[in-house]
Design a protein around this ligand. Structure first.
Ligand SMILES: NC(=O)c1ccc[n+]([C@@H]2O[C@H](COP(=O)([O-])OP(=O)(O)OC[C@H]3O[C@@H](n4cnc5c(N)ncnc54)[C@H](O)[C@@H]3O)[C@@H](O)[C@H]2O)c1
Length: 310
């Protein structure tokens, strides 16, 4: 008995890296899979159905059920075809893992309009498009059956958005927005029996090795014999399987960082200090009052994460 027997899952960007591992582990736990991947370069150029088809073949080889979809998540109609693919082949859609991603790192003064639009289209619009169609399907199903639909959405953010990372204003803005989107959509869909949660993974993939020189040196290093591989992309999937399972039916609107042996529970914007005047503030007096409050702010950085040991 798997944690997900009989459930139907769609994983976007499942041809490589983290998505591939998520699809394989979901299938190992009994889910039937729609394996989506556009299959292009890490910057969003080109397309190739090959990587997704290979993952589908791997799932079938281990006795699972899977079907390939090569649509782009940023194509609104393509995103609907992913839902239809699940319904046509497996008669249901229960779990959506929005994972597809690209990178086009540039400092802001060098970023083209196309670099901005392409990254926002895959991450933010793609997450919206796929979730939007699933949401309509789940709401209709709930209305027809009168029962909670037990749906799951697991979205993919990044420390780049949650903490900030220079040269990734396009990517980080999209990833922070995905975390915000997830919290809001969770509030909208929980009454139909859907949970929406977010992960921020840390793993060795082409996005952290080929596309990001800053992390390549650290990530590319393989562990010695018998050592645990903290950057193995397979380390992300167990959290996704658990979030997709019945055991996590009451986990709503949470954000987790996950990598190596660790899962962090993250907390979003919340106040850590406050000043209140007698009436409208004098600007200079306000500044003086704010200084001790600002000193309380402790910002976690991406360096803190890597130096903490995964
Ligand atoms: N690797 C990390 O440490 C890390 C850190 C934070 C966030 N992430 C996020 O994890 C997710 C997976 O990335 P990865 O690191 O495994 O990289 P990856 O490049 O190995 O995998 C991403 C996959 O998404 C696919 N894809 C790209 N555009 C698509 C589109 N429009 N439609 C469908 N598929 C598309 C690609 O073909 C690729 O197979 C991404 O959302 C990424 O931003 C990764």
């Amino acid at each position: 008995m798997g944690l997900l027997d009989g459930r139907v899952a769609l994983v976007t960007g499942a041809g490589r890296g983290i998505g591939r591992e998520e699809a394989l582990l979901l299938a190992m736990h009994g889910a039937k899979l729609v394996v989506n991947d556009l299959g292009g370069g890490f910057d969003g150029s080109g397309k190739d159905i090959g990587p997704a088809a290979e993952v589908t073949a791997e799932i079938k080889k281990m006795g699972g059920e899977a079907v390939t979809n090569g649509d782009s998540v940023s194509d609104f109609k393509g995103a609907k075809r992913m839902l239809e693919c699940a319904l046509d082949n497996f008669k249901s859609l229960d779990i959506v893992v929005n994972n597809a991603g690209i990178l086009r790192d540039r400092m802001l003064f060098n970023m083209s309009e196309d670099d901005w639009d392409a990254v926002l289209a895959v991450h933010l619009k793609g997450t919206f498009a796929v979730t939007r169609h699933a949401a309509e399907y789940w709401r209709n199903k709930n209305k027809e059956t009168g029962k909670p639909v037990n749906g799951r959405v697991i979205n993919t953010s990044s420390d780049s958005g949650l903490l900030g990372n220079a040269s990734q204003s396009n990517y980080g803005a999209a990833k922070a927005a995905i975390a915000a989107f997830s919290g809001i959509v969770d509030q909208e869909l929980r009454k139909y029996g859907v949970t929406v949660n977010t992960i921020a993974p840390v793993a060795r993939t082409r996005l952290t090795v080929d596309a990001t020189p800053a992390t390549a040196t650290l990530m590319a290093k393989k562990p010695g014999p018998g050592e645990f591989d903290v950057f193995d992309p397979g380390n992300i999937a167990p959290l996704v399987v658990w979030l997709a399972s019945d055991e996590a039916k009451d986990v709503h609107g949470q954000v987790f960082r996950v990598g190596g042996r660790s899962v962090w529970v993250m907390q979003s914007w919340h106040s850590v200090g406050r000043v209140k005047g007698e009436g409208r503030w004098d600007p200079a007096a306000l500044g003086k009052a704010l200084q001790p409050e600002l000193a309380k702010v402790k910002k976690e950085t991406m360096n803190d994460v890597f130096s903490s040991g995964l």
